[in-house]
Design a protein around this ligand. Structure first.
Ligand code: MD6
Ligand code: FE
Length: 202
């Protein structure tokens, strides 16, 4: 795997996963999941999204990919990032300035996410830290060129995946989720959180 990509299987035990889920329910109560749309075409993404943190990542037909401080539908500021996630970041993001954005993606059974690079941030010095909850998913990670060879990694509930160093700009995506592989979410599906630093620290 590309340098800077690190998989921490079972980083959160069952108790920590339930506690994090409870935190996320509070976030979603304030900042409801919504369906983002592609820049220009307005085609809906299959993933549903929300955010917590000072900044949230979003996309829509007219504004494209961007960070903004408010929820696109409620107009309210995003809820704070739960303390448990700030702690997780300081444990795995070795020395990086505090995260400003936590994107929350909800995957239903048939949701995929095409190969992409996370590069809407102003600073690429900090890693992106991802946390998975719920059903297993086949994650695909390659290199800096879309044509580089890729490999797949099974991301399971409680896993953390860090992309820093050379891996910060590596292509990656979700091939598919494996319905029925976790009991954590009552209705099934998968949640993925990605924590990011967006602005350069002062
Ligand atoms: C997902 N993850 O696991 C999608 N991005 O659902 C990402 O897009 C991702 O896992 C940046 C760094 C780590 C990731
Ligand atoms: Fe990503």
């Amino acid at each position: 795997m590309i340098e800077g990509a690190q998989h921490f299987p079972d980083y959160l035990d069952a108790t920590a996963q339930s506690a994090l889920l409870a935190d996320l329910r509070r976030v979603v109560a304030e900042a409801p999941l919504y369906t983002p749309t592609m820049p220009r075409t307005g085609k809906p993404l299959s993933v549903r999204m929300t955010n917590c943190g000072a900044l949230g990542w979003l996309t829509d037909k007219s504004g494209g990919y961007r960070y903004q401080a408010t929820h696109p539908e409620t107009g309210q500021p995003w809820p704070a990032i739960p303390a448990s996630l700030l702690q997780l970041w300081s444990n795995v993001a070795s020395g990086a300035p505090a995260p400003e954005a936590c994107l929350i993606n909800f995957y239903a059974d048939r949701t995929k996410m095409g190969l992409h690079v996370d590069r809407d941030e102003e600073t690429l010095d900090a890693p992106v830290v991802s946390v998975s909850l719920g059903d297993d998913a086949w994650f695909r990670i390659g290199g800096l060129d879309r044509r580089d060879k890729t490999e797949r990694v099974l991301l399971r509930s409680g896993d953390v995946f860090v992309m820093g160093g050379s891996a910060r700009l590596a292509y990656h995506g979700i091939d598919r989720i494996l319905p029925g592989t976790s009991m954590l979410l009552k209705g099934g599906g998968r949640i993925n959180l990605t924590l990011r630093r967006v602005t350069r620290p002062a």
